[in-house]
Design a protein around this ligand. Sequence first.
Ligand code: SF4
Ligand code: SF4
Length: 332
Amino acid sequence: MKNLTERKTVQNKWVKLICGASNEDIASIEDLCAIYAAAGVDYIDIAADPSVARAARNGINWSRKFFGNRPGLMISISDGKDIHFRKAKFDPNKCPADCSRPCEKICPTSAIDINGVNESRCYGCGRCLTGCPLNLITEYEYGIPNKFLKDILVEIKPDAVEIHTEIDRQDSFKEICKIIKDSDVELQKISVSCGLTQSNAQPIDLAKVFWKRYEILEEHRAKLIWQLDGRPMSGDLASTTAKAAINLLEKMSGLLPPGLIQVAGGTNENTYKLIKDQNIPDGIAFGSVARKLVKPFIDDAYKLNKKIYEIPEKMTLAVNKAKSLIKPWKIN
Ligand code: SF4
Ligand code: SF4
């Protein structure tokens, strides 16, 4: 198969960094955003939380000053229960002293220690939920109640919004869209994220969801993005997750309403190798894989009690790593 770096058609597609819908460690969000903004991503997707937005903007502003890059800020919200908006918890006092602590080993963000789950590090992937032999770990939701959403939008003033939805949630989707409209926040883009999460759902069911959402969003002036969530919260690292994202794209080809198509959920460095020439999406979003790639540099800076951009040699290495992930999609 032809390498996509040789394909003119794939270059200059947009790339989005997913910081995590959950409220991850705020210190690392500033560094993460500075690195990927400098590397040239077009959008950065964050939790709908003003303190997270402030941290993200600090990183973006740094990038604008030194690299001239200013990606748009997108906030993630959900129209109902959603695995992107959950966290794990357990009472460490109930753990037997001789437990070999499989929960700690399985957690990809080192969110678990003897004190339980560190809320700011947990992004709700769910791996630990089945990892405890005593079933001590449970999940809880932390979505934003609709009554606070308008104020949050007005305070953050994002450039774009992503709405996570599911097949049977048209009414709650409509409600969220009304709040967005009433907020009067000028949005460049509205992204709708949905995947085939319901076991018996078929691509045609998903297409109907997007068409219904399109009817609701037609009155909004923002450009629409249909985000196909191949395998959400997968950790994004294996080639199988990249395949899941591409399979969904292929199944949905020709079924989607007018708008831009973005692949996400499972996307990683293998994704571009799997895409067929005739089916190249408008954009791609990278989550866990992007965060893991630069985490060692951010951790090193954190240990020195510095922002990563205060250590130029580390920042250069981190930006180069980030560029290596997005290179097939962007001309930098
Ligand atoms: S394994 Fe996933 S859900 Fe569990 S604590 Fe770690 S990040 Fe949170
Ligand atoms: S695996 Fe279960 S019992 Fe063991 S430390 Fe983790 S939460 Fe506690």
